[in-house]
Design a protein around this ligand. Sequence first.
Ligand SMILES: Nc1ncnc2c1ncn2[C@@H]1O[C@H](COP(=O)(O)OP(=O)(O)OP(=O)(O)O)[C@@H](O)[C@H]1O
Length: 308
Amino acid sequence: MSDLVIETSGLRKEFRSLRGGTRVAVQHLDLAVPAGGRVHGFLGPNGSGKTTTIRMLLGLARPTKGTMRLFGEPVPDRLPHVIGRVGAVVESPKFSPNFSGRRNLQLLAGAIGAPATRVDAALEQVKLTGRDKDRYKGYSLGMKQRLAIAATLLKEPSLLILDEPTNGLDPAGIREIRETIRDLGTSGVTVLLSSHILAEVQQVCTSATIIGNGKLLASGDVDDLLGAGTAYRVATPDPAAAAEVLTRAGLAPTVLDTGLQVDTDQPSEVTRVLGEAGIWLSELTPLRADLESYFLALTEDEQLGEQA
Ligand SMILES: Nc1ncnc2c1ncn2[C@@H]1O[C@H](COP(=O)(O)OP(=O)(O)OP(=O)(O)O)[C@@H](O)[C@H]1O
């Protein structure tokens, strides 16, 4: 039994372009999402093939080549056997605007044979309890999105696939959805979160797969992908004196607006050298490589494959 909830191998999807050529949306994609309740980011810019991949996994588009497995079962062949364990929000579901959020969920629960008690649990999980009796049409976009997630939770999925769930939301809505997703990850559901927002993956995901132009660029734990801190920002009352001492110790810093940057993986050396010179630190902060620079470096020179 595979311990991967999602696994693709050599996955490829070509679309015919209007000019008679072939547009390669996904090329040789090996995706591996481990089981065990965590939030796995599926990160790539607009048009990089995330939605196409998700649509293939859900049987909504046919791969040109490659194999896919959900819970170790080959899909689309065995999709009917596993789809009950998969919740997905790919497009906005159609809710009745004049019914309350709760009524909408009750109707859905009835349609899929989920027990009525699941409605309360799902509303609770997305923190809509309290607003559940308001009409759907009065909901903010963030609340509508949370209700869409609640709808997928009715069948208690082990895997939840969310395609750009924060698109179009205001900052408060974005924060709420991100909190909901984080909570779901810690509650044991494995979430595949597709996003083009680097900071979102950084904030919400424990692991991630990064794609560009339909190709896998990197995959692993978010912390590993970003690398451990090898640079530190040093703030002291007298930066000039600190810079001189650090330079003498072979730790020549770069001057920042907010202090000094020292490139080292031994922050204790910085405190020792400065302390011995009678200079006391007011701040020593690890500077993490930000995902954006990392991503840009990975995607440099990549062009979407359009073949005649
Ligand atoms: N039905 C289609 N016919 C032709 N080309 C398509 C079709 N669907 C997607 N594509 C193309 O495939 C590529 C990947 O698109 P896809 O929607 O999968 O990317 P994405 O990463 O999900 O981006 P976004 O965040 O914008 O949805 C794009 O170049 C897109 O134009």
